[in-house]
Design a protein around this ligand. Structure first.
Ligand SMILES: [Zn+2]
Ligand SMILES: [Zn+2]
Length: 255
């Protein structure tokens, strides 16, 4: 058995990551309308009923926009921290599962380890999912790297890692000053160099796939992000992928 994973889209206009071990299919975040979500799922050969549960990272619209509507329409269980639920009361949910972001839990055949991260949301967490002996980590929307984050993502076989912005492009770019401060601050988003720094604590002998994720369309470029992480990957044998806002990325198999 293995794991396959894909993205409905990645970035500040909407996120959604599918992780499927052949037994259980989980969706991390859903930042698109129901109609758009269904369209993007079908592009990956999936229907809404294939999604066994949604894991939410935090209440920002690019992660939560479609969650409640989708969950109600398709009776999908939703897992989230109490803080995330409080910050964005989503009304009646068919199956609301509040999680403690300091303890692992099971969903179907996955073991899910939430990881608390520094981000300007009420109680944000990111996730490492395990099935069999495979670990896949999703790590976006954090302002800086903590020792806890470094430890939690060390043994990933696949990693979706935020490379949000290039600091120079952010400084020179079109965002108003308060937003520049927010994005570049300790509770905003990882820049390319910070993402590279995180890779320093990942076991690269184990890592098969690295997906550059949550790239800013205004404040970054694909080659800048790639160039930032490449020096860390000189002897690395894995595959480097870039997730886009529009297309996400197609299924990748891990085994
Ligand atoms: Zn986001
Ligand atoms: Zn966010």
């Amino acid at each position: 058995m293995g794991i396959r994973f894909a993205s409905l889209g990645s970035g500040s206009k909407g996120n959604g990551t599918l992780i499927d071990d052949g037994n259980t299919c989980l969706l991390i975040d859903l930042g698109f309308t129901i109609k758009e979500s269904v369209r993007r799922l079908s592009r990956l050969g999936m229907s809404p009923d294939d999604v066994d549960a949604i894991l939410v990272t935090h209440e920002h619209a690019d992660h939560i926009h479609g969650v409640a509507g989708f969950a109600r329409k398709f009776s999908t269980p939703v897992y989230l921290t109490p803080g995330t639920y409080q910050a964005k009361l989503m009304g009646q949910l068919p199956e609301l599962r509040k999680i403690n972001c300091h303890f692992p839990f099971s969903v179907g055949s996955f073991e899910v380890t939430p990881v608390a991260v520094p981000h300007d949301a009420k109680e944000p967490c990111q996730y490492v999912l395990s099935s069999g002996d495979l670990n896949i980590g999703v790590l976006t929307d954090l302002g800086h790297i903590t020792p806890h984050v470094q430890r939690s993502y060390r043994d990933c076989d696949a990693l979706l890692l935020e490379c949000n912005h290039d600091p120079e492009m952010l400084a020179q770019g079109p965002y108003p000053y308060p937003l520049k401060r927010r994005v570049g601050g300790d509770y905003g988003h990882l820049n390319n160099a910070q993402a590279a720094e995180l890779l320093g604590s990942v076991d690269l002998a184990r890592l098969q796939h690295l997906v550059i994720s949550h790239i800013s369309e205004q404040n970054n470029q694909h080659d800048l992000a790639q160039n930032a992480v490449k020096p860390l990957l000189t002897d690395w044998q894995g595959s480097l992928i870039i997730a886009s806002q529009k297309e996400g990325f197609d299924w990748i198999s891990l085994g």
